[in-house]
Write a protein that binds this ligand. Structure first.
Ligand code: PHE
Length: 346
């Protein structure tokens, strides 16, 4: 009887197990393929008496559906366990892969620290563009048209203007461009620090890089004096390096400040006795500074009869190297985790 055969097959399929690709293929051939048992039964349908054909046909359909859904099930299970069959079993007893956590980059730590110290003295933070015109980077800062800093070997020019040097487009060589932009848009009192990236056409070495970071400072108001500059940077040195730090000012020259001074801090490693960091002088240089040149105030639309100001600029890399005793500038950009990890929790 055909219905007995159907029952038999239903039970067989229900109880069958497939454990690998070969068995899956055997299952397919046996039940589903054109020459399989189910097709064979469908072929026999024509010999069934007319009145029973409908009922038997339904039974056959149930059988066919079962065979097909079991086949699907088996293939899915086999697919999902493919890795296991290829020997890549997951060993649940292994310790979990450590979740490597990043740490804050030393330059970021120091930049934040600098900002924090000046914020407590009433400075706010300002930013300006890295792609700048010659006017903001040089002209407005009182650089003469033929000043050597404008030369190709220092500055990355993006475009040279046919009309006027001041329209040349370049990558800023210092953060002093932000001084001008700030004074143009804000009336004194101005007390701001301006961190940012700067660019100079230098060969990369332990002591020089073509991309580095500065923090600019600017204070403009009535009666701002050289003494304010000195006090501000003295306080900064004590907060940043060592509470017993001393500072010293050496005469210097910048086109945009007059008078100008280089700021040195007493070596906080050897306390002034002399070591490698301070090259046995007891002092390390941390910033350029000076009183804002009246021409610069005028260029930025501020009355230089009424207002005076001081400005300073320091290299974040330099301060970081001093603070942590790092001797090669390239370490900051190489992303070697053995270096970076040393600043975890710093
Ligand atoms: N811009 C100068 C430099 O890059 C530093 C500086 C800033 C000096 C402000 C004086 C005042 O070297």
């Amino acid at each position: 009887m055909i219905t007995d055969r159907v029952k038999e097959l239903l039970q067989e399929i229900e109880g069958s197990l497939v454990e690998n690709k070969e068995q899956l293929e055997a299952f397919r051939l046996k039940y589903i393929s054109k020459k399989g048992a189910v097709t064979e039964l469908f072929d026999g349908l024509k010999n069934i008496p007319q009145e029973d054909r409908r009922a038997v046909g339904q039974e056959l359909n149930t059988l066919k559906n079962l065979a097909q859904s079991r086949f699907q099930e088996f293939s899915t299970i086999l697919e999902n366990s493919a890795d296991v069959n290829e020997g890549n079993q997951i060993d649940l007893t292994l310790p979990v892969a450590p979740n490597l956590q990043g740490s804050i980059h030393p330059l970021t730590i120091v930049r934040r620290r600098i900002i924090e110290i000046f914020e407590r003295m009433g400075f706010n933070v300002s930013y300006g563009p890295e792609i700048e015109s010659d006017w903001y980077n040089f002209g407005a800062l009182n650089f003469a048209d033929n000043h050597p800093a404008r030369e190709m070997q220092d500055t990355f020019f993006i475009s040279k203007s046919e009309e006027a040097v001041k329209d040349d487009v370049l990558l800023r060589t210092h953060t002093s461009n932000v001084q001008i932009r700030l004074m143009e848009r804000q009336k004194p009192p101005i007390r701001s620090i301006m961190p940012g990236r700067v660019f100079r056409n230098e060969a990369i070495s332990a002591r020089a890089h073509c991309v580095f970071h500065q923090v600019e400072g600017l204070y403009v108001d009535r009666n701002v004096s050289f003494r304010d500059l000195k006090d501000t940077l003295y306080h900064f040195a004590k907060e940043m390096f060592d509470k017993d730090s001393r500072i010293r000012l050496r005469p210097s020259y910048f086109p945009f400040t007059e008078p100008s001074a280089e700021i040195d801090v007493s070596c906080f490693i050897c306390k002034g006795k002399g070591c490698n960091i301070c090259k046995h002088t007891g002092w390390v240089e941390i910033a350029g500074s000076g009183m804002v040149d009246p021409n610069v105030l005028t260029n930025a639309g501020i009355d230089s009869e009424e207002f005076t100001g001081f400005a300073f600029g320091m290299g974040i890399e330099r301060i970081t190297m001093l603070r942590y005793g790092i001797s090669d500038l390239r370490l900051f950009t190489e992303n070697d985790v053995r270096f970076l990890r040393q600043f975890e929790g710093a």
